[in-house]
Design a protein around this ligand. Structure first.
Ligand code: EPZ
Length: 417
């Protein structure tokens, strides 16, 4: 099993450009299925990460032609014939559930297996089903196998019980080719949903309201193709800003959309990190870490749950008592016990973690339990005295392209073996 060996204690210095967002790229790759064009759909600023390769395999298994080179994807769905996603690929990546809406819209039928939970919680998909049924889909389950069918989806009014990102995206994609108008209330407002809207409209769809809690989708007969540049990854950006802060370094992050990180920058400022923010860049200049009385993860524009683990790593060295509440996922604190192996002082009670700042962390062998927990352990290892070994780094490769190369460029002593 591959692992990272990290020698801590070096303050990161330098500048980095951030690539396209995993959580924008995945639904947009799925949305390509809606196209009636015989020409390639071109997606630019694509990170070469594991989840992109899995989604590529899924599209190929359905008959699409997909080519990836120079951070650009060319997807051709002219010969798309399949509407059942292979079980092994479904299990490989939960985001394959994003294909339900577009496959149902294109073929009137879709077969998937329940994607299953992961280490951050059971992650049900009931809101996806409720919305698709409201659009007229008939959903039947035989064990883990799920078949949804609808001769033609009918536009309707949907109210989401929770602003689920995935459910919002699935329902937008299903509604694009439905008959008539669909309204989605209490929709997720993440920037990745705005990016999906822009992609779909560039192909000829009629989606409005992304970034607000009410979406309006006017069904159209068909959509064509487009070339689209994926927005920068705000979670990767936030991770690197925290890597600079935890090592007391200086980092200029370029090619980002600073407004996507408003809640993150505000909380890091509260934790004693100093910034310079410009049009398309953010610079960490100095950090004198101090505890944050309370941090609660929330749907956008609140503090993102995907940066909760990296922020917890940062706060282990912030003088005083910090408190983090994880309101989005049921079980997203498994990194706490791993951070404690580095001599952090974290106590978890249900959805709340209490962090007592310490002077120093000390290198140890730790295990990544999910993508962002892995990133948090790298950050802690960069700051810890001595050597840290992070195991199970396959999780990290799901969302960070060659993270060790980026960090080495900034002076970090990290090697993959
Ligand atoms: C997306 O997951 C992201 N993944 C996650 O990023 C991110 O943490 C999450 O949104 C929240 O921002 C992708 O975009 C590929 P949700 P998703 O549906 O869509 C509950 C990462 O590290 N829920 O907004 O699965 C669910 O259990 C990943 O990049 C239901 O109850 O998130 C959770 O508690 C991790 N029923 C909450 O809603 C449903 O039908 C938020 O889930 C759907 C969700």
């Amino acid at each position: 099993m591959t692992k990272f060996i990290i020698e801590g204690g070096t303050a990161l210095q330098g500048s980095l450009a951030v690539k396209g967002a995993k959580n924008s790229m995945l639904p947009i790759m799925a949305a390509a299925v809606l196209s009636s064009s015989t020409e390639d759909i071109v997606l630019q600023n694509i990170p070469s990460i594991f989840d992109m390769h899995v989604m590529t395999e899924i599209l190929r298994s359905l008959g699409a032609k997909v080519k990836f080179a120079d951070h650009t994807l060319r997807i051709n769905v002219r010969d798309l014939h399949g509407f059942t996603i292979p079980e092994a690929l479904m299990r490989e990546m939960r985001s394959s559930i994003f294909l339900m809406g577009p496959l149902l819209a294109r073929f009137g039928k879709v077969g998937v297996t329940y994607p299953g939970g992961c280490s951050i919680g059971p992650r049900p998909i009931d809101l996806h089903f409720k919305g698709l049924e409201a659009l007229g889909a008939k959903i039947s389950e035989e064990g883990d196998f799920i078949i949804a069918s609808a001769p033609r989806l009918q536009g309707t009014e949907i109210h989401l019980d929770y602003p689920s990102v995935g459910a919002t995206e699935n329902l937008i994609m299903a509604a694009v080719l439905a008959q008539g108008k669909t309204t989605v209330n209490n929709a997720a407002q993440e920037p990745e949903i705005v990016d999906l809207q822009n992609f779909l409209n560039a192909m000829g769809a009629d989606v409005r309201g992304a970034g607000t809690e009410t979406l309006r989708i006017q069904g159209v007969e068909s959509v064509g193709r487009c070339t689209h540049r994926i927005i920068p990854d705000r979670i990767v950006a936030g991770t690197y800003l925290m890597a600079a802060a935890i090592t007391g370094g200086e980092l200029l992050l370029q090619d980002i959309i600073p407004s996507h990180l408003d809640a993150v920058v505000a909380k890091m400022k509260e934790a004693g990190v100093l910034f310079q923010v410009a049009e398309s860049s953010i610079k960490v200049t100095e950090s004198k870490l101090k505890a944050v009385e309370t941090l609660c993860t929330l749907p956008y524009p609140g503090f993102p749950t995907d940066l909760q683990a990296p922020m917890m790593a940062l706060l282990t060295l912030a003088q005083g008592k910090s408190k983090i509440t994880e309101s989005v996922f049921e079980a997203r604190f498994r990194h706490a016990e791993e951070l404690n192996r580095l001599q952090a002082k974290i106590a978890v009670q249900g959805r709340t973690a209490y962090i007592q700042g310490v002077e120093k962390l000390f290198g140890a062998e730790v295990e990544a339990t999910d993508l962002r927990a892995g990133a948090a352990l790298i950050l802690a290892g960069l700051a810890a005295e001595g050597q840290t070994v992070v195991h199970n780094i396959k999780y990290i490769d799901r969302g960070y392209e060659n993270i060790e190369n980026d960090l080495q460029k900034l002076g970090a002593k990290i090697t993959r073996i």
